[in-house]
Design a protein around this ligand. Structure first.
Ligand code: FAD
Length: 369
């Protein structure tokens, strides 16, 4: 971009997680001057505590959210094609139990639809994995009650590393980052730092993730349609195991758990779902740890114990609830606008670039209004 293409409006982004960084990316591309504020380090909260999957989200197919899944499946390609060395494709295996028609037909239809929605992304197609291959790939999986598995492809990423790579690209395009700089209040014409210093901006973007709703309240901004956030903690174990490919385990409550190959001798295993009120500090509980260990031991013959846990981490999913209740809770992101403030509620790591573009559209709407 030439200096003459630069626009005069100045925009502050509060939050240096992946949604703040990718919004900054979209706005830098459109020629705006961007300052990104984080109260801590960049990519140090939710965006570095994910399940590390660049994925379409197989389970959203059951909710008929085809557009959302398609968008995410295509976004995997964008991140993979950047060749950062931090994205790796894997084949995920969903075991199918004898006589379980739901696993055979519904999951089968799901992975085939996933493959169709992936068309154009260059990822390998879904397929049936016979029992013999399943045993060879996962010798410790208890296959006595299985007839095979459905396989589909997704990608695993270094979430923190990839986000820092994106931030680094922005620094080269002139974005400025202010870390360890908490924002106390957002206004239509700027922000007030916790130090009391006021800084003027034309538009402020609230990309504070799980803290977004608290920041709205602290700024005394009335959120339209009564949008709020419900925080759901998800915890992961990194266990001492070796896997070449991923395993997806149907869980007792209808959810699925993932075992993802991370590094030699290290597998990521998650995730749980536990409601939490405060956005501050997300830590795994003893009950979540037991839930994961028990689930592993129901499916594998090499008993997992606490001694096999190398490390643990948890993050908070900011899930949008509209009109006050939880019945409208959704994993889709919502962009709110009030005065000169644009707020991002929710979102997925995988689709952060598209969410960044939509947020940039909202910023430009406010500028041109
Ligand atoms: C357990 C779990 C697993 C997940 N797995 C996946 C997955 O596999 N794939 C996927 O696509 N998505 C996944 N997600 C979703 C994804 O991680 C999140 O949607 C995404 O990281 C949210 O990013 P964010 O930038 O909005 O929030 P954050 O990363 O939390 O960033 C918000 C930033 O705002 C800063 N901040 C807050 N308040 C202030 C303030 N007052 N002043 C200045 N800075 C402030 C914080 O310090 C923080 O850095 C998962 C989420 C969870 C919790």
């Amino acid at each position: 971009m030439r200096a003459t293409d630069l626009k005069q409006e100045r925009i502050a982004i509060v939050g240096g997680g992946i949604n703040g960084i990718m919004t900054a990316w979209a706005l830098c591309d459109r020629g705006y001057s961007i300052d990104v504020y984080d109260r801590g380090d960049l990519m140090n909260e939710t965006s570095a505590a994910s399940s590390r999957m660049l994925h379409g989200g197989l389970r959203y197919l059951a909710k008929l959210r085809f557009h959302m899944v398609r968008e995410a499946l295509l976004e995997r390609k964008w991140w993979r094609d950047k060749n950062t060395g931090m994205v790796r494709e894997f084949l995920a295996h969903i075991p199918v139990r004898k006589g379980n028609l739901q696993e055979l037909f519904i999951f089968g239809a799901g992975v085939m639809l996933y493959s169709i929605l992936s068309l154009g992304s260059g990822f390998a197609h879904s397929r049936w994995v016979p029992l013999k291959s399943l045993r060879e790939r996962f010798p410790e999986l208890d296959t006595s009650n299985l007839i095979g598995a459905w396989g589909y492809t997704d990608a695993i990423m270094d979430d923190r590393g990839l986000g820092l790579w994106a931030a680094n690209q922005l620094q080269n395009r002139g974005a400025k980052f202010f870390t360890n700089t908490p924002v106390a209040v957002m206004r239509s014409n700027g922000i007030t730092l916790q130090s009391g210093e006021e800084r003027p901006y034309d538009v402020v973007v609230n990309a504070a993730g799980p803290w977004a709703a608290d920041l709205i309240s602290a700024s005394n901004i009335k959120s339209k349609n009564n949008i709020g956030l419900m925080l759901v903690r998800g915890s992961h174990l990194i266990i001492k195991r070796n896997l070449e490919q991923a395993v997806v385990l149907p869980h007792i409550d209808g959810r699925i758990l993932f075992l993802l190959p991370w590094a030699p001798g290290e597998v990521i295993f998650g995730t749980t779902e536990a409601r939490q009120e405060s956005p501050n500090s997300a830590e795994i509980s003893a009950a979540e740890r037991s839930e994961l260990i028990d689930a592993y031991n129901q499916w594998f013959t090499d008993t997992l114990g606490e001694a096999d846990i190398l490390s643990e981490y948890s993050g908070l999913r900011p899930i949008v609830k509209q009109d006050g209740g939880t019945s409208g809770a959704s994993r889709e992101a919502v962009i709110g606008m009030s005065g000169g403030v644009v707020t991002i509620y929710g979102g997925k790591w995988t689709t952060s670039r598209q969410l960044g573009r939509k947020t940039a559209d909202a910023v430009e709407y406010l500028i041109k209004r």
